[in-house]
Design a protein around this ligand. Structure first.
Ligand SMILES: NC(=O)c1ccc[n+]([C@@H]2O[C@H](COP(=O)([O-])OP(=O)(O)OC[C@H]3O[C@@H](n4cnc5c(N)ncnc54)[C@H](OP(=O)(O)O)[C@@H]3O)[C@@H](O)[C@H]2O)c1
Length: 321
């Protein structure tokens, strides 16, 4: 495992981190708590030291499982997220900042996360959505500063709205944020245009989420895949979308001249090409996926030829809304 600096936080985070939306959350079917705990345990044995969670994942259940692991391995760093009080996803520029993230809400929800996790401090506390209209507006910054002063959070980050990487540029410029979490993968390469250069300039850490486009880039979503009722992927991959991703991933494999089975490895290595990326957090609920993803990180960077080929597979789709 290699480690990279999470921007100006100075935290040395593993290149492969651990995403836990699927861990203990109602929106993902098919996993068990014991498998997820075993997967996190194995990841840590293999050098993973950064786990991303959120208060809304399973209404605190994901945080409780992550906290169990954290207490056994205090060296592991935790990033969590505060939900917007108005439950508006994605954030709207027209919504006043205090409707989503008043200081009182940010503090109360963070204290709840601390109780769920069973820890005294959260390494990186993030807002789960963001609008740049909120820079200089409302009381959110006072809440963050108070939490930092009281030692309840170490650093402040924002998880950028899905498929809107430029919606956080003003905040990055303001110098008020320590890290951003953004969708970046072979399909959605848009953060390279403006967000990555802005973060590099301001030394803001970058956490890459959804490296597999919710599973599409693992090559495991076929036209015949059926997701369980209530699994968010049933909607994300609805109608003709499964056939579209199936065709797209076969083109990638053909252009790279690799078997489809190697796609998860290539997808992760793609995310680590920009130096400015600190860590990539695939969602994992099995030891097998952990071992395969950590091995992908160990395989090092892609070749310039492979990167060039993958550039042509840029395909931004926002299937969340
Ligand atoms: N708004 C936000 O802030 C936001 C939104 C989305 C995600 N996130 C964060 O980002 C993390 C990653 O995103 P994600 O989990 O949504 O999507 P993802 O990482 O793109 O894909 C996860 C899927 O890939 C599968 N997978 C993982 N490794 C694999 C491998 N080696 N081979 C085949 N399949 C593999 C997982 O299966 P198993 O689950 O069965 O292992 C799961 O179905 C989340 O867990 C969460 O922490 C944040």
């Amino acid at each position: 495992m290699r480690y990279r600096r999470l921007g100006r936080t100075g935290l040395e985070v593993s290149e492969i981190g651990f995403g836990t939306w699927g861990v203990g959350a109602d929106a993902w079917k098919g996993g068990t708590d014991s498998d997820s705990l075993a997967a996190m345990q194995r990841a840590i044995e293999l050098g993973v030291n950064f786990i991303d969670t959120a208060i809304v994942y399973g209404s605190g259940h994901s945080e409780k499982l992550v906290g169990q692991i954290k207490r056994e391995h205090p060296e592991v760093m935790i990033a969590s997220k505060v939900n917007p009080a108005n439950w508006e996803w994605p954030a709207s520029d027209k919504t006043p900042a205090d409707e989503a993230f008043s200081a009182a809400h940010v503090i109360a929800r963070t204290e709840e996360s601390l109780r769920n996790l069973g820890v005294e401090v959260i390494d990186v506390q993030q807002f789960h959505v963001w609008s740049d209209a909120w820079v200089g507006q409302g009381t959110w910054l006072e809440g963050i500063e108070q939490l930092k002063r009281e030692g309840k959070i170490r650093f402040f980050g924002v998880s950028v709205n899905d498929a809107q990487p430029n919606s956080v540029l003003k905040l990055v410029e303001s110098g008020q944020v320590d890290s951003v979490q953004v969708i970046y993968n072979i399909f959605d390469q848009a953060p390279e245009d403006k967000l990555f250069p802005a973060c590099e300039q301001r030394d803001v850490g970058i956490i890459v989420r959804v490296p597999f486009d919710e599973g599409a880039l693992t090559g495991k979503v076929t036209p015949d895949t059926v997701f369980e009722k209530g699994d968010f992927r049933a909607d994300y991959f609805k109608d003709e979308r499964k056939a579209e991703v199936w065709e797209a991933v076969h083109k990638i494999a053909a252009d790279l001249d690799i078997p489809l089975e190697r796609l998860p490895e290539i997808a992760l290595r793609f995310c680590l090409v920009p130096d400015v990326v600190s860590t990539v957090i695939p969602g994992m609920r099995s030891i097998a996926h952990v071992e395969s993803n950590v091995a992908a990180g160990d395989a090092g960077l892609l070749t310039p030829d492979q990167i060039e080929i993958l550039r042509a597979h840029r395909w931004v789709h926002d299937w969340y809304h």
